[in-house]
Design a protein around this ligand. Sequence first.
Ligand SMILES: NC(=O)c1ccc[n+]([C@@H]2O[C@H](COP(=O)([O-])OP(=O)(O)OC[C@H]3O[C@@H](n4cnc5c(N)ncnc54)[C@H](O)[C@@H]3O)[C@@H](O)[C@H]2O)c1
Ligand SMILES: O=C(O)C(=O)C[C@]1(C(=O)O)C=C[C@@H](O)C=C1
Length: 314
Amino acid sequence: MDCSARTVGMEQNKNTSLCAGVVGLGLIGGSLGLDLQALGWKVNGLVHRSTTADRARARGLAHLVSTDPGILADCDLVILALPLAQLLNPDPNLLKALPAAAVVTDVGSVKMPVLELWRDLHPRFVASHPMAGTAEAGVDAGLRGLFQQRPWVATPDNQTDLEALELVRRFAVSLGSQWFTADAANHDQAVALISHLPVLVSAALLRTVGEERDPAVRELARVLSSSGFADTTRVGGGNPQLGTSMAESNTAAILRGLAAYRWSLEQLEEAVLNGHWSQLKAELERSQALRPSFLVAANNDLNSPPATDDLAEP
Ligand SMILES: NC(=O)c1ccc[n+]([C@@H]2O[C@H](COP(=O)([O-])OP(=O)(O)OC[C@H]3O[C@@H](n4cnc5c(N)ncnc54)[C@H](O)[C@@H]3O)[C@@H](O)[C@H]2O)c1
Ligand SMILES: O=C(O)C(=O)C[C@]1(C(=O)O)C=C[C@@H](O)C=C1
C-alpha cells in the first residue's frame, strides 16, 4: 500500500488510506501495530536494534519495520511508544525524521514533563495515555485488543492543535478505547493514585511475603497463594523499568499518594492493634463500597468489538 499520495487530517474518508508510524514496538507499540493493521492502516514500525526488527517482522507487528527513522517520512500519524526516558530525551535523528504535517502523539504514563518538552518539539503534538497494559514488556509482549474498553486520556493545553487532537481521539476510539481529556497536572496526580501508587504498594506486599523469615511459612505461603494474592500483586510483578520511570517522572504526586496511603494503613493497623473491630468493619465497609466506583473500565465487557468505523466518519 502506498502511503505517499494521501492528505492528512479530518477530511479522510477511510482509515484504509492512513499511514501510522509506531516508534518502539514493545508492549504498547506492538499492540498498536497489530490493532492498527487489523483496522486497515499501513503501519511503519521504528525500532532501535536489528534483532528487535527481526522479531517484530516475524511477529507481524507492522507492515514495514526498520531502524531507520526515515521510515516515518510518509506517516500521517506517529505514535511514540517509547519508554519515558527515551521520550523525555528524544534522539535528534527521530526529531529530524518526524514529518511536520503528521500528527504526533505519545503513550507515556506521565504527562506533564512529556507535554512541557514536546509541545515545542512538534507543532501537531498531542500528549496522550492509554490506560491499558499487562505485566509484560518488549517485542514479544504486544497483543491484539489491548485497548478495547480501556480509557485513553489526552492532556491538551492551549497550544494543542485541535484538529490533531480530534484525529487522536478518533484513532483511540477506533481501537475501542473510551476517550477522555484532562489537564496534564491533574492527570499526573490521578494516575499517581490509581496506577503508580499500586505498583509500589503491590511491590511492598510481594517483598513482605518474599522476606518472611521462617522458611516453612514462606514455602507454605508460596504454594497456597491463589487468586487473592494474584489480584493484589499483579502490577508489582510488572516491568521494573516502567515502575521506576513512573516514580522518576511523577515523584511529587507519588510521594503525596504514599503519604496518604501510609496514613490509611496506620489507621487500619491501629484498629487491629487496639481490637477496635467495629471500627475496622466500618473501614472495610467503606472500602467495599468505594471499589466498584473506581473499577468502571476494568469491569467493562472485554468481548465487545472495537468501534472500527470511527475513523471512517467524514
Ligand atoms: N506497560 C504499560 O502498562 C503501559 C501502559 C500505558 C502506557 N505505557 C507507556 O508506554 C510506553 C512504552 O511502554 P511499554 O510498556 O510498551 O514498554 P516496552 O519496554 O514494552 O516497549 C518499549 C519499546 O521501545 C523500544 N525502544 C527503546 N528505545 C528506542 C528507540 N530509541 N527507538 C525505537 N525503539 C526504542 C524498546 O526496545 C522497547 O521494545 C512508556 O512510555 C510507558 O510509560 C505503558
Ligand atoms: O494492567 C496493567 O498491567 C497496567 O499496569 C496498566 C496500567 C495501569 O496502571 O492501569 C499501567 C501503566 C499505564 O501507564 C497505564 C495502565
